[in-house]
Design a protein around this ligand. Structure first.
Ligand SMILES: Cc1ncc(COP(=O)(O)O)c(C=O)c1O
Length: 303
């Protein structure tokens, strides 16, 4: 009887089984049924029996081994070894092979080809100068002149040991940086993770908040961006969320103090008071005991 149940979970029942199973069940009393289960083998053996229906064919190679090595070195063009590409070469390669994020690739066709930076200025391949009002995505904190000490430290590390996997060894520069940050950060913030970017950092923050509080919900603003991974896209409030929200749960949204289509009030003080009252109202209805964290950008770049 157990085998029949197990098989019926894995595959559609055959017509014979379909008629046999109800008859079998009808024949046995509840007592007989429980005896049948009590006699069933323990869990690992049960699954072994189920899997016994699948016998791998050792003579046939795995699917990925079917393909011959299709790398054709003749397909690699000679221009990869040429020092300088013209603006046309760069635009052609970009439009043929680079996929834009968060918008149509075509719409990026006329972006400037940036060549160098100096202070707060960027220069394109034709020498045109741009003032970078936004530090790109609010992230070029040092401007475009890398201080000699940073340049020297990066070069020293690259020439002595370019890669250390954190789980396999310690390295002085990481230990020193962690100690320095823990001393500079407020309060007792002294445990530091070193993720690769913003999305990974926010993923970790969300996981930590959920583990620490034992709660699930994360509250973020509609006007926000928190990263391009599944969880952080769901935490994101703007249109980019639509590409990831169905795969993550527990993500709530609140209106910003500065919504897109209306004002909470004319004066900033009143805006703060009303939007805080709206947030409190939302938290009360959601249940404060269900919210693990509120995640907010200090400088909002989303519409
Ligand atoms: C506020 C904010 N959070 C998270 C991210 C995601 O960072 P990253 O692109 O390094 O994953 C960004 C990136 O623009 C951001 O602006």
């Amino acid at each position: 009887l157990w085998n029949r149940f197990a098989v019926s979970l894995c595959s559609p029942p055959s017509p014979r089984m379909r008629s046999a199973l109800p008859r079998t069940l009808a024949r046995r009393s509840a007592r007989a049924l429980s005896t049948a289960f009590a006699d069933a083998p323990s869990a690992p053996l049960r699954s072994a029996r189920v899997n016994a229906n699948h016998v791998p064919d050792a003579s046939s190679p795995l699917p990925f081994m079917h393909k011959p090595n299709e790398f054709d070195s003749a397909a690699i063009s000679k221009e990869h070894w040429s020092g300088d590409w013209s603006s046309e070469d760069i635009r052609a390669a970009q439009s043929a092979n680079v996929v834009a994020t968060w918008g149509s690739t075509k719409a990026t066709a006329n972006l400037p080809i940036l060549e160098r930076g100096e202070g707060v200025y960027l220069y394109d391949k034709d020498g045109k100068k741009y003032l970078d009002w936004t530090s790109q995505a609010v992230c070029t904190n040092l401007g475009y002149d890398v201080p000699p000490a940073v340049l020297e430290a990066v070069t020293r590390q690259l020439t002595t040991l370019p890669m250390v996997y954190g789980g396999l060894g310690m390295v002085e520069v990481r230990a020193r940086f962690a100690k320095l940050l823990s001393e500079a950060l407020p309060g007792d913030i002294n445990g530091l993770l070193f993720p690769c970017g913003g999305a990974e950092a926010n993923e970790a923050a969300i996981r930590i908040a959920r583990r620490y509080t034992g709660r699930h919900k994360i509250l973020t603003q509609y006007r926000s961006y928190h990263g391009g991974s599944t969880t952080t896209l769901a935490a994101t409030g703007d249109f980019r969320r639509w590409f990831g929200e169905s795969a993550a749960t527990g993500m709530l949204k609140m209106l910003s103090p500065f919504p897109t289509t209306f004002q909470w009030a004319a004066e900033e003080e009143a805006v703060a008071q009303i939007s805080l009252a709206a947030l409190e109202e939302q938290i009360i209805h959601e249940g404060p005991h269900t919210i693990a964290a509120i995640l907010m950008e200090s400088v909002i770049g989303s519409r």
